[in-house]
Write a new protein. Structure first.
Length: 85
């Protein structure tokens, strides 16, 4: 059985390059959209583009009276602190 080492190396390089790009994008503020509010789990799912979603504690988006300041579909600025698979 023969292997095409060149295409294997190119694929690995592409994966490493994509991972490095994502690491560089962390700790920056992006505009996301609230996709779902899960009050039973005290969290909101926020879409931040490229098929990525983040988790945000509802405490982060409550006012001083405990009311949510955002609803599903609204835009919100969030800080991306890391990527997990």
């Amino acid at each position: 059985m023969a292997f095409d080492n060149e295409s294997f190396e190119e694929e690995n390089f592409a994966e490493m390059f994509a991972a490095t790009e994502k690491q560089q994008e962390t700790s920056r503020i992006v505009e996301g959209e609230i996709v779902e509010i899960q009050e039973d789990e005290d969290r909101a799912l926020v879409g931040v583009g490229e098929k990525l979603e983040g988790v945000l504690s509802l405490d982060e988006i409550r006012d001083e009276n405990g009311n949510l300041k955002f609803t599903t579909g609204q835009k919100i600025k969030v800080m991306v602190t890391g990527y997990y698979n």
